[in-house]
Design a protein around this ligand. Structure first.
Ligand code: PLP
Length: 420
């Protein structure tokens, strides 16, 4: 099936009421038939609903549909994109381990990796998405994950998938790609050889800025990489917190299984059924929206490139962009609606964001409504000068999330603000 069909139908066999729309199962818990049924569910002898912190029928449709769009085997929805990233790290690493993260990542991912996980005893090492050779010098026997973004936010780089995946395979390290900006419509990391694809579904998935959520999608046959791999002993040895279960012995997608059984159980970063339902609505038209976001993004990038006050435009669809060839290779269906541009100073940037009318000054991306952000004063304010440089964030950098309005109106708004 093609994406436009998957986005509308996958994961939902009409329930007993034969509703065309997926129902919202707004329930905390589920009744067991009898004691044996309850015991079987807890022992995984039978699969079924226990408690909404672990699973929910509405969320289940969302997870199945998203996994199908990514070409993955299974998915786990979480309460936010950051919860998806943290749970992914927590599913592979413990105190004494390290993960290797791209320099060019969302500000929250930078602070999570540089500061928060450090307090759990997990070290983060950093590499440049344009220079994956660096991975060879960073990986050791304690490295548990390579984490990067397919289209980076806010520096708008495109990851060099082939080289990153080749090195990860050589050392048997898992790769996780934050595919939020590209979405599964524009980029399919699992088909490019990555192991996990992560999203903040707060962005293009809802598409209208309606709810916070996240999801982690596991590739098919990931067990083959984990089984017998000394890096991932906890998947291969009895789990004392789950009556000695050995994940690699279970014929189910084991990364997701462990995230559900151990991490949703203990950390509880579960989405509400209502939010899952909103994400299902968003997925139905995601393929159409991503085409329009990409067309609008290209039109705005071309306009900005021609404006004398703009020093540089970062949009991988532009021939002048250093990511252009990687974009052709990895993003054949468009480059999404995120772009950034640089003006001369912090003050100049502040003046522009103060003058736009259609572009709202908001720290979000992936909305149908266009958004303008000044990362140095907002999302990246907590980063040091060195961290800002590594993330490609200058004082005069402005990020745009180009929405679905008419691009001629958006260009007029930017022109007026640049010349105010
Ligand atoms: N990943 C990327 C690329 C993001 O842009 C964001 C938020 O902006 C996140 C993750 C975090 O997602 P959430 O806000 O849903 O926690």
């Amino acid at each position: 099936m093609q994406d436009k069909t998957i986005a509308i139908h996958a994961g939902y066999d009409k329930d007993v009421q034969a509703t065309m729309a997926v129902p919202i199962y707004q329930s905390t818990a589920y009744e067991f038939r009898d004691a044996e049924h309850a015991a079987n569910l807890f022992a995984l002898k039978e699969l079924g609903n226990i408690y909404t912190r672990l699973m929910n029928p509405t969320t289940d449709v969302f997870e199945k549909r998203f996994a199908a769009l990514e070409g993955g085997e299974a998915a786990i929805a979480t309460a936010s994109g950051m919860a998806a990233i943290f749970n992914t790290i927590a599913n592979v690493a413990e105190a004494g381990d390290n993960i290797i993260c791209a320099n060019q990542v969302y500000g929250g991912t930078s602070t999570l990796t540089a500061h928060t996980i450090k307090r759990f005893g997990i070290e983060a090492r950093y590499f440049d998405v344009h220079d994956p050779k660096q991975l060879e010098t960073l990986i050791d026997e304690k490295s548990k994950l390579i984490l990067f973004e397919s289209i980076t936010n806010p520096s708008i780089d495109v990851a060099d998938f082939d080289h990153i995946v080749a090195i990860a395979e050589k050392y048997g390290v898992l790769t996780a790609v934050d595919n939020t900006v590209a979405t599964p419509i524009l980029c399919k990391p699992l088909e490019l050889g990555c192991d996990l694809s992560i999203h903040s579904t707060s962005k293009y998935t809802t598409g209208q800025g309606l709810a916070i959520g996240g999801i982690v999608v596991e590739r098919k046959a990931l067990v083959d990489k984990i089984k017998g791999n000394a890096r991932y002993a906890h998947f291969n040895e009895p789990d004392a917190s789950y009556h000695g279960l050995i994940y690699t012995d279970i014929p189910l997608p084991i990364f997701s299984l462990r995230m559900r059984l151990a991490l949703l159980r203990d950390l509880g970063a579960t989405p509400s059924p209502f939010n899952s339902w909103l994400f299902i609505q968003g997925l139905e038209h995601l393929p159409l929206r991503m085409r329009q976001h990409s067309e609008n993004g290209m039109a705005i990038a071309e306009f900005l490139e021609s404006h004398p006050k703009v020093l540089k435009v970062h949009y991988p669809g532009l021939k002048s962009d250093s990511n252009y060839l990687d974009a052709k290779k990895y993003l054949p269906n468009g480059c999404s609606g995120l772009l950034s541009f640089e003006v001369a100073s912090f003050e100049e940037a502040a003046k522009i964001v103060d003058h736009t009318e259609l572009f709202s000054l908001v720290v979000n991306i992936g909305d149908s409504k266009s958004i303008i952000t000044h990362p140095a004063s907002t999302t990246h304010q907590q980063l040091s000068k060195e961290e800002l440089e590594a993330a490609g964030v200058s004082n005069g950098l402005i990020r745009l999330s180009v929405g679905l309005e008419d691009s001629a109106d958006l260009i007029e708004d930017l022109k007026r603000s640049l010349e105010a």
